[in-house]
Each structure stands twice: as C-alpha cells, then as structure tokens.
Design a protein around this ligand. Sequence first.
Ligand SMILES: Cc1cc2nc3c(=O)[nH]c(=O)nc-3n(C[C@H](O)[C@H](O)[C@H](O)COP(=O)(O)OP(=O)(O)OC[C@H]3O[C@@H](n4cnc5c(N)ncnc54)[C@H](O)[C@@H]3O)c2cc1C
Length: 257
Amino acid sequence: MPRPTGSDVKSLPGIIIDEEKIVSSTGALALPQIPKKLVVIGAGYIGLEMGSVWARLGSEVTVVEFAPDIVPSMDGEVGKQFQRTLEKQKMKFMLTTKVVGVDTSGNGVKLTVEPASGGDQTTLEADVVLVSAGRTPFTAGLGLDRIGVETDKGGRILVNERFATNVSSVYAIGDVIPGPMLAHKAEEDGVACVEFIAGKHGHVDYDKVLELSIHILRLHLLVKLKSRLRHLVLSTVLGSSLSWQTVVPRRLMMLKG
Ligand SMILES: Cc1cc2nc3c(=O)[nH]c(=O)nc-3n(C[C@H](O)[C@H](O)[C@H](O)COP(=O)(O)OP(=O)(O)OC[C@H]3O[C@@H](n4cnc5c(N)ncnc54)[C@H](O)[C@@H]3O)c2cc1C
C-alpha cells in the first residue's frame, strides 16, 4: 500500500502497475535483476533517469513518448543534446508514438504502439515496462473531505500564499499543492510555511526554483550557461560571424560526458 501524501505515479488506461512486469519508479528502483529489455513509457525526467541507470547496467532500453521531444518542458536545444547523450548510452527513442495495448499473458510484456496521430501498429517486447507518464497528488486516505479541506479538480489541496487551506490550522506544501513536483520546491514551501505559522515572514520565489533533476544536474547548468551565452553573444558580438548557435554546441560538447 503506497503512503498517502506527496504524489503517486499516474497510470495509463488499460495498464495495471503490478510492480513486477509493469513497474512505477518505485518498482524500477527494486528490480531483482537487470532486465534484458526495458521499455519506458514517458520521456520525462523520472523515466529517463531510471532508463539511463538500467541502460548503463546493461539493459536494452527503449523509451516511448507521445510528444515529439523528450522532456517537453526543457529547452529544445538542450533537450536534443540530452537525447544524443542518452543515445550514446544506447537508449532508443520512439517519439510521437503512443502505447495502445499491453499484453502480460506470456513471460514478458508485449506492447502495441502506433504513431501519436494514428496509423500502423507495431509490437515491442520487454521483460519489464516502466510507466512514467506523470505523477498525481496523492491524498487518498487522509480524510480531507471529512474535515472539508478544498481540493481542485486534479485533487491538489488549495492553499493561499501562506500555505493555509480553507480549514483553520490545516496547511499543505509540496507535491499535494499546485506547482511543480520537485524536492527542493517542497522543501522551500515547508520552510516558508513554518515561518508563517510562527508569525514570521516566509517567502518562496518560484521563478528561482529550477526544474532540477538530481541525477542530471549538469543539464540545468547547461541551460543556464546557454542563456548566459545567448545574452553575452547577442549583446557583445552581434554583427560578427559568431552566434549563440555556433558557440553553445561547442560549450555543450566540452561540458557533457
Ligand atoms: C523516482 C523519483 C525521482 C525524483 N527525482 C527528483 C529530482 O531529481 N529532483 C527533484 O527536485 N525532485 C525529484 N522527485 C520529486 C520529489 O521526490 C518530490 O517532489 C518531493 O519528494 C515532494 O515532497 P513532499 O514532501 O510533497 O512529498 P513526499 O516526499 O512524498 O513526502 C510525503 C511524506 O508524508 C508522510 N506521510 C504519509 N502519510 C502521512 C500522514 N497521514 N500524516 C503525516 N505524514 C504522512 C510520508 O511518510 C512522507 O514522508 C523525484 C520523485 C521520484 C518519484
């Protein structure tokens, strides 16, 4: 039974996570052996992070993603560079592709996939499938409805700028409230919330909350570097043959690896 509060994996219609053949990130961290073939559904941070770990341990990893790019929220150019890095780890990508059927009746799993906009279907075989197509706030079992705490349509607890809910003395932070589901964001929420409760002034500057993956931290340094270089190049060498498009990939090559 998963713990309440925080967030839980979002499953897909017709896919039942048994944490053996079809796993969430929780199951992917506890596989008893290295799967020969691992299919990851969803090219977000968590799926890529887990996929990269297992690829480097020897699994053949294929990532199926509905969108045309990996980590759609990431800067496009950095995302492409990230994909190349993962491909060097022998990870394969099926972008603009959706999973439409899953068969677990045999030894492994057979996945039916087709182009996102419809078309010819193909079958992928896997020993293990990791479902990482998003996360959802998890508050089941807390009895919020019994005390009248308001939630939105997505099940997130509604709070004001002081992290207070509509019920006196009940506060909420982190993955269960609207906003990015990130560890450092939850931590900042927590600090500010306790400051408010103590009658002090709390503050979280959400513009400064990086979309940061602990495992792929360097990527975010690259995004920062790219935007700094763009600014620098545009403001100082505009007019010369140097442009940020030519400068950045070289810097990316130097930093990656
Ligand atoms: C595989 C994976 C990789 C991730 N990688 C990153 C990353 O690289 N970078 C990043 O920023 N974020 C990452 N995250 C997201 C990050 O873990 C969450 O955003 C963060 O943990 C949210 O904090 P939280 O306090 O809201 O919830 P949680 O960390 O889930 O904490 C909820 C807590 O509530 C406790 N609890 C349960 N029931 C009750 C109860 N009835 N009463 C009181 N307490 C209760 C639980 O025991 C638990 O300790 C990752 C998440 C996953 C699943």
